[in-house]
Write a protein that binds this ligand. Structure first.
Ligand SMILES: C[S@@+](CC[C@H](N)C(=O)[O-])C[C@H]1O[C@@H](n2cnc3c(N)ncnc32)[C@H](O)[C@@H]1O
Length: 388
């Protein structure tokens, strides 16, 4: 059997690369049943490269280059996207950077670009080998350390400006449990040594993590980035430091969207109260990064908006507020009999007993178009709002 390295050398061969490119849109199940046309490379290995290129087209187009090698699917899934990595890179610079959970190295590639010395630590030998090969193609230098990060930290004598970690979920079945001790590495076990190793420790976490819990168990948190792409919250990134700083800044970011970002200091939400009202001319739907941050009263106060109901995170005003981090729609309250059968609307159901699919069936409405119907509750009870 050939070593991984020699398979890799074969894969970059032009004939095999041409075969991969020609089959980019082929049925991969059917392809797997065929015999490989190349004696030294199996069909599984070819399909792995095709899947890699397909993923790269959407998730990391900067890797669509001749000679780039792709790892197995799990490593592609675990990798950050180019979009979020690029965003994180813009807020970082310094001399020494280390990524302790390099994985496929997408975060490392972007985050380290404004640093002079870069170290990548990864326990998976095959994966790190692929990353080293790819960084060669991309013309980027780094020290590639194939070690368990706990061992690396216990012998490391260097001090870094930034230590970055993107822990893997230890158990795929536990993906509803987002406690730090369920991650690999267990951040709680290594938090002190991390803080002794760098000026800043930056950890990417699942967006499902509870922010209050995070702040209560991690020392030195001074910044949190909640990063959504097209209103889909992808990451909660937490920044720690030994340096004493005032307050924890939380930034709610919605990439690939025209909507404004929103920043606040952790704890502000508890100091303000929402004002309630029945719907006025404009209805505001906060984006998902705001909902994740849980600043339901704060956005009411900041934008001078009234909330429809304590459990309805929709807001209203008579005058249009600028810079709201979400959608703003001009709407009116309608009776259910005013809803035309066979109409076309985007249906939103919030704090309402029926789900959008039930509503579609009940009213015979088609989904889509540029008008909205919102089924919700104000303090007076159930209401329906329609775009004017
Ligand atoms: C979610 S992936 C990182 C993805 C990466 N940020 C990217 O953008 O490609 C996590 C990686 O951490 C590695 N890892 C987990 N625990 C580790 C440990 N204790 N020491 C070294 N690497 C570890 C896993 O092998 C995995 O490749």
């Amino acid at each position: 059997m050939l070593s991984e390295k020699s398979v890799r050398n074969k894969i970059v061969n032009q004939d095999i690369q041409n075969y991969i490119n020609v089959n980019l849109n082929s049925d991969l199940h059917a392809l797997l049943l065929k015999k490989s046309p190349f004696p030294d490379v199996s069909m599984q290995e070819i399909v792995q490269q095709i899947k890699g290129k397909q993923t790269a087209q959407k998730k990391f187009p900067f890797l669509l280059k001749d000679g780039i090698i792709f790892p197995p699917q799990l490593n592609l899934e675990q990798a950050s996207s180019e979009t979020t990595a690029l965003y994180k890179s813009k807020i970082l610079k310094g001399n020494r950077f280390v990524d302790l959970t390099s994985g496929f190295g997408i975060d490392a590639y972007y985050l380290s670009r404004n640093f002079n010395e870069v170290t990548l630590v990864e326990q998976n030998h095959e994966l790190l080998d692929i990353v080293e090969h790819n960084w060669g193609i991309l013309g980027r230098e780094a020290s590639f350390v194939n070690q368990n990060l706990e061992d690396f930290l216990s012998t490391n004598k260097e001090y870094f400006d930034v230590v970055y970690l993107d822990p893997a979920r230890r158990d795929q079945n536990k993906n509803k449990v987002f406690l730090l001790e369920d991650l690999s590495p267990d951040i709680l076990q290594i938090k002190d040594i991390l803080l002794a190793t760098a000026d800043q420790v930056i950890i990417k976490l699942s967006p499902l993590i509870d922010l209050k819990y995070l702040i209560s168990v991690l020392p030195g948190v001074f910044r949190i980035e909640i990063i959504a792409v097209k209103n889909d919250v992808k990451e909660a990134v937490v920044f720690l430091s030994n340096e004493k700083r005032d307050g924890i800044t939380v930034n709610c970011i919605n990439l690939e969207s025209e909507e404004s970002d929103f920043s606040f200091v952790f704890g502000e939400e508890e100091k303000v109260q929402a004002v309630y009202s029945e719907p006025e001319k404009f209805i505001y739907i906060p984006n998902n990064s705001i909902l994740k941050a849980g600043v339901f009263n704060l956005i009411s106060e900041r934008f001078n908006l009234k909330k429809l109901h304590p459990n309805t995170h929709l807001y209203t005003s008579a005058q249009k507020a600028d810079g709201f981090p979400g959608r703003v729609l001009e709407m009116e309250v309608v009776e259910s009999k005013q809803i035309k059968k066979k109409g076309q609307f985007n249906i939103i159901s919030k704090n309402y007993p029926l789900k959008p699919d039930d509503i579609k069936k009940k009213y015979g409405i088609k989904d889509g178009g540029d008008r909205y119907l919102i089924f919700t509750q104000s303090k007076k009870g159930k209401i329906i709002l329609k775009s004017v």
